[in-house]
Design a protein around this ligand. Structure first.
Ligand SMILES: [Zn+2]
Length: 289
């Protein structure tokens, strides 16, 4: 009888712990979103994150809340002598939060560590080559470990963030892998909102991945980087980079894939780019008159 009683007490304490943790997490989430983003950090976003410039005002506000929460819940560590600065943290947070702009649940809940190295991350791996175990040296500009940390080479993350139209943004790429892995496997199929979305995803992704593999070096492929032909997981990450950065061309050339990603991210970046171009045109016009 006493043992049953003790078990019930222990179970109750465990449940109470998790309920309290959830309550505190929710409080923290609300406080981060309610707090104003530090003006110095807004300045960093304006200076470093080129996609920030094209964001509509209401989405900038949403991004600020996510950046606050992201910086409160993620830890940055320098690797290979890299010093961690506010510029690095805020720039990475800005790009990382773009794909999850419309999410209401805690963002990127499965990991909390981000390593930053100055240049390529070089690692040695063991691999079977022609039946013989060999050592292979690999260089990466970013790595996302499933349910584990994420690594970015600052030189490339910085350049990728500063150019909003070349379709190269390693931060967007690695965080797309993080979203992809939320269901326990990095395979190009993230968790979708509705059951009926999976059929569409399967049809469109399979078709467009096959198209890229077929035309990888042809002039017909002007939107997606050929690295996307490596695997369905890389295809999703590469398509995410292009979706945000080459969105006008993407929407025109690959409308089905664009719509699929627009539904998934609940965003229409092509419209941001068009509105921004129009805004620049009107500003130039008013300066001339
Ligand atoms: Zn990748």
């Amino acid at each position: 009888m006493i043992i049953i009683f003790i078990n019930i007490v222990i179970l109750s304490l465990i449940v109470a712990y998790f309920l309290l943790k959830k309550h505190l997490d929710n409080k923290r989430l609300q406080a981060s979103y309610a707090a104003r983003l530090n003006p110095d950090w807004v300045e960093i976003l304006e200076k470093k994150m080129s996609l920030y410039k094209v964001l509509p005002a209401d989405l900038k506000e949403l991004l600020h809340g996510h950046v606050n929460y992201f910086l409160e819940t993620k830890s940055f560590y320098g690797h290979d002598g890299q010093e961690i600065t506010d510029e690095i943290k805020v720039t990475v947070a800005g790009d990382a939060c773009l794909p999850v702009l419309m999410r209401e649940d805690p963002i990127y809940p499965d990991f909390d560590t981000i390593f930053i190295c100055p240049d390529h991350y070089v690692r040695t791996e063991h691999e079977m080559i022609d039946g013989v175990l060999d050592q292979v040296t690999r260089k990466s500009v970013g790595v996302s470990w499933l349910n584990g940390p994420l690594l970015l080479a600052w030189r490339y993350a910085s350049y990728g963030s500063s150019n909003k139209t070349d379709g190269q943004n390693v931060t967007l790429h690695e965080f797309a892998h993080k979203l992809d892995g939320e269901n326990g496997a990095t395979n190009g199929l993230p968790i979708l909102r509705n059951d009926e979305d999976y059929d569409d995803w399967n049809v469109v992704m399979t078709k467009e991945y096959a198209n890229l593999c077929e035309r990888v070096d042809s002039r017909a492929n002007k939107v997606l980087d050929k690295y996307g032909a490596t695997s369905p997981a890389e295809f999703f990450a590469v398509a995410t980079e292009a979706f945000f950065e080459k969105s006008v061309k993407f929407k025109k050339r690959l409308p089905d894939l664009y719509q699929l990603l627009a539904n998934y991210y609940e965003l229409d970046p092509a419209q941001w780019h068009l509105d921004y171009r129009e805004q620049l045109r009107l500003e130039r016009q008013s300066l001339r008159s």
